[in-house]
Write a new protein. Structure first.
Lengths: 182, 550
């Protein structure tokens, strides 16, 4: 009886020591949860959640400081996936936030005065141009965050909703006709 | 069986169905050429991959076979003018696509002369393989069986050259369609001449022609043309979808294409007979792909196959086959199993359009409402890809796309056998198409998000770096000034510069004082007095300000 207790507690001490050593030796620097949350966020970098980008918001969610319903570009689908990952109930989008269809910024090149303010505002460097030269948005890189719209002193930037074309068209969810009851 | 048809050990692929053929409806009359139309609408996206980019502008004159769309990117082929005339517009027009959306098209007004560019037959025996492929890419060659994949890519044997078997697909298993049947009956030797070029390009050892045994005339014609050569014309049993590339490969060779793989993984390349014919025209006659054979059948006056210029409005093509009869209920592009409903009959014939099927209530009754799945397993028995359609349906319906992929959704060839046999009339294939396009869309979104993340991170890094560099620069400057400040007084160069500066300031002051207002010469006495009074006041103010300052 005594030997059994000794063997078991001895094993527990040894294994505990090994685990403790491994935890220090093979420490993961980055919180993997942050990466997982960041992978779900749409990377619009719009700051509508109140954080200066998607990564800081992901970090805040991981720390439990922010709610999962603060990301309008991610929409319902994003909230559902975050809820699934974190094991919480999905909830509607936070107050004052609305999901908009994906758009791109377009600069009216006749009005642009070349002030570079939008270039400085763009979180993904999607606007090209130089001081006193016309600026233009590279539509493939634009995330539709709208951060460039407000700084423009001549209001020459507007958002255009991306229209469906043959390459981006999706087959619709099949609508099943209901059976007529007498 | 027709003479010359080779008997060969055949393999029976799993599943498949036997829908009614309706083939004889459109085989009574030979292929006729469509008369020239006044206007053609040529889409720039007629193939899988990147659309061609337009190289003509409104007002340009074009000849038949002239390049109007340049291939853009690797998976792309050229687009050519179907007749001579004038370009009216390059604009968005309806195209035959299940979405009913518009796409960029070149609108050409025919001048009625139908002049062609000088044809340049290719010396394919001596030409460099890569140069030959590039010519075919420019000439717009794409698979005419329905998938319209650029042919030049399929004709690349790869570095290992391990494609010993070339199969010509003349199975034409889909009901109603007879364009390949008619082509084989009438132009068998040309098809085989095209096949010889394919064989040369692929370095293939064996050429097999698979034709379903419900086409005895086509079998006989092809066997006659192949007599004396080592091309084997083989009759395969009539089972839908026996004309699927993977199914025909298995039937003829017993080689099983791996999941998510291509037939080239097992050393087989499959081409439609129509593609072989268009390759013959490109290589031997030097003509780019500007027309194809289209079956117009169903509820029309005289169902038949027509040789149609690409870009002909579908309504005109139906008109050339006697027009839709009263009671027509719409058009299907392709066959009843895999085709889709046409939204707008002004859409043109493209390289992908092999059949225009006019529906009526008798052959295409409205689908009964679907009932719940009873898990009878009929769909699994009919599936030629050996999938479990009821499981795929279940997960696709509940948008569990990860699970659909683990049930090999992308091995589904969308042949429609499962929907055909389903006793509950569930539109199964519609669910698979929905799931596939959702998965593709998510993949695109993920790529865009990854790019945005990468760019945002780089920008943050760049801003931090710039800030640090600026701080370092300023610190360096400040320390330099501090060092040089101590020795500035006895530096002769600095003293000299200072003197020059002081002299310049003094000169500027004198110049300013010397300038006299020009509108004050020859003033009347009263005006002069007024000015003097103002000047006196100004002096007074200036002296007062000076005293208050001190």
């Amino acid at each position: 009886m005594l030997s059994a207790i000794l063997v078991m507690s001895g094993l527990a001490v040894v294994l505990g020591g090994v685990l403790g050593w491994a935890a220090i030796r093979f420490r993961v620097e980055e919180d993997p949860l942050v990466e997982k949350i960041d992978a779900i966020l749409p990377q619009t970098q719009c700051g509508q959640c109140g954080y200066p980008g998607c990564k800081p918001y992901a970090e805040a969610i991981a720390k439990g400081e922010a709610d999962i319903n603060r990301c309008p570009p991610g929409g319902e689908e994003g909230i559902r996936r975050l809820a699934e990952l974190l094991g919480v109930e999905p909830k509607p989008l936070g107050e004052g936030l609305t999901h908009k269809p994906k758009s791109v910024a377009v600069i009216d090149e006749n009005l642009c005065i070349g002030c570079t303010l939008c270039i400085q505002a763009c979180p993904v460097d999607a606007i090209v141009g130089a001081a006193k030269q016309m600026h233009t948005v590279v539509p493939e890189l634009c995330t539709g965050c709208e951060l460039c719209v407000q700084p423009c002193p001549v209001d020459c930037i507007h958002m255009e909703v991306i229209k469906e074309n043959i390459t981006t068209w999706k087959w619709r969810y099949p609508v099943l006709a209901l059976k007529k009851v007498a | 069986m027709a003479t010359g048809v080779v008997a060969r050990r055949l393999y029976r692929f799993p599943g498949g169905v036997h829908p009614e053929g309706h083939k004889s409806v459109s085989t009574a009359t030979p292929i006729a050429e469509m008369p020239l139309l006044p206007r053609y609408v040529v889409p720039l996206r007629q193939h899988i991959g990147e659309p061609a980019s337009p190289v003509v502008q409104p007002g340009d004159r074009v000849l038949r076979g002239q390049l109007i769309g340049r291939p853009e990117g690797y998976v792309s082929v050229g687009v050519h003018a179907p007749t001579s005339g004038r370009v009216l517009a390059v604009e968005m027009r309806p195209v035959p696509h299940p979405s009913g959306l518009m796409d960029l098209c070149v609108v050409i007004e025919a001048d009625g002369e139908d002049r062609a560019v000088e044809p340049t037959p290719l010396d394919w025996h001596r030409m460099d393989a890569s140069a030959l492929r590039n010519r075919l890419r420019e000439m717009g060659l794409a698979g005419l069986g329905g998938a319209v994949f650029p042919s030049f890519i399929k004709l690349n044997p790869g570095a290992k050259r391990q494609i010993p078997i070339l199969i010509l697909n003349g199975a034409e298993c889909e009901p109603w369609i007879t364009c390949d049947d008619m082509l084989m009956r009438e132009r068998a030797s040309e098809i085989l001449m095209g096949a010889q070029v394919m064989r040369h390009m692929l370095c293939a050892e064996e050429v097999l022609v698979g034709i379903e045994d419900n086409k005895p005339e086509a079998l006989a014609c092809m066997a006659e043309a192949a007599a004396g050569s080592d091309v084997e014309v083989v009759a395969v049993p009539t089972v839908y979808p026996g004309g699927g590339g993977k199914q025909l490969t298995y039937t003829l060779t017993g080689r099983v294409t791996p999941s998510k793989g291509l037939t080239t993984d097992v050393g087989v390349q499959v081409f439609n007979v129509g593609t072989a014919y268009s390759l013959y025209r490109a290589v031997h006659l030097g003509e780019p792909l500007v027309s194809r054979v289209v079956t117009v059948t169903g509820h029309v006056g005289s169902p038949r196959s027509l040789e149609v210029r690409l870009g002909s409005p579908i309504a005109e093509v139906i008109g050339a086959a006697g027009g839709a009869l009263p009671g027509a209920t719409g058009e299907v592009i392709g066959g009843p199993m895999m085709g889709f409903d046409l939204h707008d009959a002004s859409a043109p014939v493209t390289k992908a359009v092999n059949c225009i099927l006019v529906k009526n209530a008798e052959h295409f009754p409205p689908k009964p409402p679907p009932l719940p799945c009873i898990r009878c397993g009929e769909c699994a028995r009919a599936c030629p890809a050996e999938l479990q359609p009821y499981e795929l349906y279940w997960y696709a319906r509940h948008r569990d796309f990860g699970k659909t992929q683990s049930y090999s959704l992308f091995d589904c060839i969308e042949c429609g056998c499962c929907s055909y046999v389903c006793p509950s009339h569930i539109p199964l294939v519609d669910f698979y198409r929905f799931a596939k396009s959702e998965i593709w869309a998510r993949e695109r979104e993920k790529q865009a998000a990854d790019l945005a993340r990468e760019r945002h991170e780089f920008r943050s890094y760049r801003l931090a770096r710039e800030k640090q560099e600026k701080a370092e620069r300023l610190a360096k400057k400040a320390s330099e000034r501090l060092e040089s400040g101590a020795v500035a007084n006895d530096d002769p160069e600095a003293a000299r510069k200072k003197a020059i500066l002081a002299a310049a300031i003094e000169r500027a002051k004198q110049a300013r004082a010397a300038v006299q207002p020009k509108n004050v010469d020859d003033l009347p006495a009263d005006k002069q007095r007024e000015i003097d009074a103002i000047e006196a006041r100004r002096q007074q103010h200036a002296s007062a300000a000076q005293t208050s300052d001190t």
